[in-house]
Design a protein around this ligand. Structure first.
Ligand code: NZQ
Ligand code: ZN
Length: 386
């Protein structure tokens, strides 16, 4: 096992009716800025619950943080919060609202000329305004991690940074808030969570049985519970299991001391930046291609995944790896998530355009640094669908 630091200060309040606890979680006398997205929280009653729980606080609001939060939008949020002398941010929504809010929190404490550099990691995040979260979409793990990902429309970029300063102080996870999710978003969230686990699991064997079995537990839960929420969006138990799986997939626990990959994410971000494909869907395209392309390097772990997650025991090494990739693709497709570029509305030239971006930056991805621009093209060709 590799050396690691595990630090996670986020308090989780999980379950039905927990939004009512907000008043106990935010210091009294705080000047709060509520941040939210395009209005789902006003339609599903979450906004009303928050306002009721925050009686007596001074509140301003910043709505309109879009899916794949935009740099320019967040800059408006920073300006508003500074003008309003805000000392606590409360994000209400999915990963995009939360990531946008984390960036606002860090941006409020940064030099205004450095804001994009905070995203590109050219300047460090030295400080941030404290933030909390009411999560309405289980997917990103942002509710219990120190990361954000921000997009910039005019340059078609999507980049991220992380800092312990931007862990949410608390996150409220009420599974009932997720019952209003459209099926597409529910499915995206299951796939995103699944692939967060895979990026921390499907690398090399360094004798980490605890992390492996925790990771497999999350995968098995998503495979069992995912179809239940797709079939019955009001199944509270299944919603709760998905919500907690999703947090556990990216809060640092299963990733402690193991070797990470993250190539599917880095390649997937380019598909969102160029073509606006939903984050989870980009991963469903890329991961099966990475598994196929890296079948030698990742072979031992794919075999363990095949055996322990899908119960595949018979066959040659190559047959078992083929079957594991097939089962993974079938699972995503069964949730209504297409796993090809074509199926997700990307043109065939996406293969070379994305490859070019990596060639240009000379970036090498994967746990062995073996995925270069040419390999990215090969991976995407495998998933083209054309
Ligand atoms: O904007 P509103 O009206 O709220 O609608 C949202 C949005 O349109 C809607 N929604 C959310 N909760 C709802 C709901 N609709 C009905 N009922 C509810 N309860 O869902 C749509 C998508 O929301 P979004 O927040 O964009 O989705 P998600 O949580 O998947 O977040 C995606 C973003 O997170 C980043 C992605 O790159 C992407 O920008 N990620 C962040 C990570 C992190 N911070 O660690 C890791 C991830 O790998 C990912 O990169
Ligand atoms: Zn993700």
């Amino acid at each position: 096992m590799n050396n690691f630091t595990f630090y996670n200060p986020t308090r989780i309040e999980f379950g039905k009716g927990t939004i009512a606890k907000l008043g106990k979680l935010i210091p009294s006398g705080s000047r709060i800025m509520l941040t939210y997205g395009g209005g789902s929280i006003k339609r599903n009653g979450v906004y009303d619950q928050v306002i009721k729980a925050l009686e007596g606080y001074e509140i301003i609001e910043f709505g309109g943080i879009e899916a794949n939060p935009q740099f320019e939008t967040c800059k408006l949020g920073i300006a508003l919060a500074l003008k309003g002398d805000v000392d606590f941010l409360l994000a209400i929504g999915g990963g995009s609202v939360l990531d946008g809010t984390k960036f606002i929190a860090a941006g409020m404490k940064a030099d205004s000329d450095d804001l994009w550099k905070l995203v590109t990691r050219e300047v460090p995040i030295k400080d941030a305004v404290p933030l909390g979260c009411v999560l309405t979409l289980p997917a990103t793990g942002s509710e219990m991690n120190p990361n954000f990902v921000i997009s910039r429309r005019e340059t078609k970029e999507k980049k991220g940074n992380a800092s312990p300063k931007i862990f949410p102080v608390f996150s409220i996870l009420d599974p009932e808030t997720t019952m209003s999710l459209p099926g597409r978003q529910t499915a995206n969230g299951v796939v995103d969570s699944f692939i967060h686990v895979m990026e921390q699991y499907l690398t090399v064997n360094i004798n980490t049985p605890i992390q492996d079995r925790q990771a497999e537990g999350v995968l098995l839960t998503l495979i069992e519970e995912g179809p239940k929420v797709m079939k019955n969006p009001n199944d509270y138990e299944a919603r709760a299991n998905i919500m907690w799986s999703s947090t556990m997939a990216l809060n640092g626990l299963i990733g402690a001391g193991v070797v990470h990959d993250w190539s599917s994410h880095v390649i997937g971000h380019q598909l969102t930046a160029l073509y606006g494909v939903d984050h989870g869907r980009t991963l469903a395209i890329v991961l099966p291609g990475v598994m196929e392309h890296q079948r030698e390097a990742k072979g031992e772990r794919i075999l363990q995944y095949a055996r322990r997650v899908w119960g595949i025991t018979a066959g040659t090494r190559e047959e078992i790896i083929n079957l594991a990739i097939e089962r993974t693709v079938e699972f995503f497709e069964s949730l209504g998530v297409s796993t090809t570029l074509k199926g997700n509305g990307c043109p065939e030239e996406a293969v070379s355009l994305v490859g070019k971006r990596f060639r240009g930056e000379g970036m090498k991805l994967g746990e062995h640094g073996a995925i270069d621009g040419k390999a990215v093209e090969e991976i995407l060709s495998l998933r083209s669908g054309y």
